[in-house]
Design a protein around this ligand. Structure first.
Ligand SMILES: Cc1cc2nc3c(=O)[nH]c(=O)nc-3n(C[C@H](O)[C@H](O)[C@H](O)COP(=O)(O)OP(=O)(O)OC[C@H]3O[C@@H](n4cnc5c(N)ncnc54)[C@H](O)[C@@H]3O)c2cc1C
Length: 467
């Protein structure tokens, strides 16, 4: 299906209007191929077209559907209809505000189709996808082609935005250009906690057998372990989707599956205490949960071996039974689900193109972010940069103090040991200068981010032709 129609007046309202420059004839423009018409691909197409660059957007629906997609429309939300919090003091609320300032089509569509949801931005999913689809169909510089892409041409300017359920042939093609070891098909995500929420009067620093102090260790008595084990065994799990057959690797089994093998199994696995002495008792604890630093600043800690299919409320209830985690706040909760993504650090530049194939950009969940808003945000940046490459302009990356920049920092952080997709959270941001009271921190991150984002957008627009 080919569609080249009149310039649209639908998604370009509000903040998006800042990019409506004079129309440029498609034949005079360079061409970007965008593969995947989900949230990221749609946003990328819009951003590139707003910059006067011709786009071909290839979407395999309706000829072929992933196991989670069902609508022929672009920008389909496959599960929840919520784009999460609107509060500026939350990292995802801030990310949305930055996207508004960057003229996001996804945000314009969400605002036009919102349904009441308290402090969250939730949408009528049918109207949302219809709005996005119509905006792109009416955009003269976007040609929508309904076809599955099965290979990549490294010298062609391309954005790959095929999402967590990328079709098999294209996933293989990506594996070929990245090296198969960088292509992942499952998330096995352990929760991450904020360091400041830990009770360090119970937790001790040590590596096994006195080999340093790299880990935070949460020591269990036998009574505490028994209580934790019993709660874990009775906890509610997320039901598996029909296409998510439990094909777990032995090396990253969900903690509850491992626990179900026997009362002591965890104490020989992720909770093993050997080589660890609790300085408070001078003895080896009955069991130990270990936390490993997730970032250089030491503000986030990963719960080692705690990948899980428990529901989010159950994770919070049960993991707070771990000594030292009674008041833990979670930057990310655990999950295991099917998800095609690239291990981006070392492969992707901060402009979202591959170091060794600079014409190929990644956008959306496949780049290693998690969530509707984060995927759209990476589509937005990839769209801007692919357009700039087409126009011979230098590529850009947002300041690290912004929510967009914090996500880019996650994708390019080569110090990450076990890279997994992430939602945006303040733990990814550079620390605030000085001591800011906890309750004021979200607002302080937001104030700094929006100031820096405003300057960045201004500089970018001054440089771009026709914006
Ligand atoms: C089952 C499931 C439930 C989820 N629930 C949530 C949730 O509730 N909240 C949340 O924030 N996030 C959720 N996510 C994550 C969510 O999918 C992503 O955050 C978001 O949709 C990713 O956007 P994207 O544009 O990267 O990919 P998608 O939105 O999946 O878009 C990718 C598009 O590419 C197309 N495509 C794939 N392969 C090809 C090909 N070879 N050629 C052409 N087209 C192709 C697909 O048909 C699809 O339209 C969920 C993910 C899954 C798998």
């Amino acid at each position: 299906m080919r569609q080249l129609a009149a310039k649209n007046d639908c998604g370009g309202g509000g903040q998006g209007a800042q990019f409506s420059g004079p129309p440029v004839l498609p034949s005079q423009n360079p061409l970007i191929t965008i593969i995947g018409g989900g949230l990221a691909g749609s946003e990328a197409a819009w951003q590139a077209a707003r910059r006067g660059v011709k786009v071909r957007l290839l979407e395999m629906k309706p000829h072929k559907y992933s196991p989670a997609h069902a609508s022929p429309l672009l920008g389909e939300l496959v599960c929840s209809n919520s784009l999460r919090s609107e509060a500026l003091e939350s990292a995802v609320g801030l990310l949305k505000e930055e996207m508004r300032r960057l003229g996001s089509l996804v945000l314009a569509a969400a605002e036009a189709t919102r349904v009441p949801a308290g402090k969250s931005l939730a949408v009528d999913r049918e109207h949302f996808a219809a709005y996005l689809t119509q905006a792109l169909e009416q955009e003269a510089l976007v040609e929508i082609v309904r076809d599955e892409v099965t290979g990549l041409t490294p010298d062609q300017l391309t954005i790959v935005a095929t999402g967590p359920l990328t079709s098999e042939p294209l996933a293989q093609a990506l594996g070929t250009i990245t090296g198969q070891q960088h292509l992942h098909f499952y998330d096995a995500i352990a929760p991450i906690v904020y360091a400041e929420s830990l009770d360090m009067s119970k937790i001790f620093r040590a590596s096994r057998y006195g080999a340093g102090e790299d880990y935070l260790n949460c020591p269990f008595t036998e009574v505490e372990y028994a209580h934790f084990y019993e709660a874990l065994m009775q906890a509610e799990q997320v039901p598996l989707k029909s296409f998510e057959k439990p094909r777990y690797f032995e090396g990253c089994l969900p903690i509850e599956i491992m626990a179900a093998r026997g009362y002591r199994t965890l104490t020989f696995g992720p909770l093993k205490p050997v080589g660890l002495m609790d300085p408070q008792t001078g003895e080896q604890p009955f069991a130990v949960a270990q936390l490993r630093a997730e970032n250089r600043e030491g503000t986030l800690f990963n719960m080692v071996g705690f990948q899980t299919k428990l529901t989010y409320p159950e994770q919070q209830r049960i993991f707070r039974l771990i000594p030292g985690l009674e008041n833990a706040e979670f930057a990310r909760l655990g999950s295991i689900h099917r998800n095609t993504f690239i291990r981006s650090p070392g492969l992707l530049s901060p402009y979202l193109n591959f170091y060794n194939h600079p014409n190929i950009f990644l956008a959306g969940q496949i780049s290693g972010v998690e969530g509707y808003v984060e995927s759209s945000a990476m589509g937005l940046l990839a769209g801007i940069n692919a357009a700039r490459r087409a126009q011979g302009l230098p590529l850009l990356t947002p300041p690290p103090t912004t929510a967009h920049g914090a996500l880019i920092a996650h994708l390019t952080n080569t110090a990450t040991r076990d890279f997994q997709p992430m939602n945006v959270n303040f733990g990814l941001f550079p620390a605030l200068p000085g001591r800011v009271p906890k309750k004021q921190r979200g607002a302080a991150y937001a104030k700094r981010a929006l100031k820096d984002m405003t300057s960045w957008v201004k500089e970018m627009l001054e440089e771009e032709p026709g914006t």
